[in-house]
Design a protein around this ligand. Structure first.
Ligand code: FES
Ligand code: FES
Length: 157
């Protein structure tokens, strides 16, 4: 099939890349743009490992045809902090012991960030709902929920 030009804002930078219309966003991010922080678990919209933020909403990038990103603003885990300047969510996940194998962590953090961007002071129920589509096989969810709450406190300033 003919390649098409995808233009979008990715982690604050105007990005253009030729894609096959059948490509999914997660694969373009990981394999072509080498942003491997976004994980691919199930590939079927069930685990949340591939969560990115598109136009303010947390989405499963394995379920989004890459061309659907045309003209949108996409954030991945690489775009929210750096090793020298972690996002408060990244700090809190480490501080609260909310990371074990780490496979779910980028997706969890992106779901949590989408929540905090729209709802800076969420309650426990809102936090649970925001990460309902993110599966963690290691930690149980208590430490993750605590980390998100703690980040929201930090962001309050
Ligand atoms: S890899 Fe996308 S939801 Fe599992
Ligand atoms: S830390 Fe291993 S799946 Fe969540």
């Amino acid at each position: 099939m003919d390649l098409m030009k995808l233009s979008f804002m990715l982690n604050g930078e105007a990005t253009e890349i030729m894609v096959d219309p059948s490509d999914m966003l997660v694969d373009i991010l990981r394999e072509r743009l080498l942003l491997t922080g976004t994980k691919k678990g199930c590939g079927k919209g069930e685990c949340g490992a591939c969560t990115v933020i598109m136009d303010g909403a947390a989405v499963n990038s394995c379920m989004i045809p890459a061309m659907k990103a045309m003209g949108t603003t996409v954030q991945t885990i690489e775009g929210i902090g750096s090793p020298n300047q972690l996002h408060p969510l990244q700090e809190s996940f480490m501080d609260e012991g909310a990371i074990q194998c780490g496979f779910c962590t980028p997706g969890m953090i992106m779901s949590a960030k989408a929540l905090l961007d729209s709802t800076p002071h969420p309650d426990g129920a809102q936090i649970k709902e925001a990460i309902a589509g993110n599966i963690c096989r290691c930690t149980g969810y208590v430490k993750i929920e605590k980390a998100i709450l703690s980040a929201s406190e930090k962001l309050k300033g």
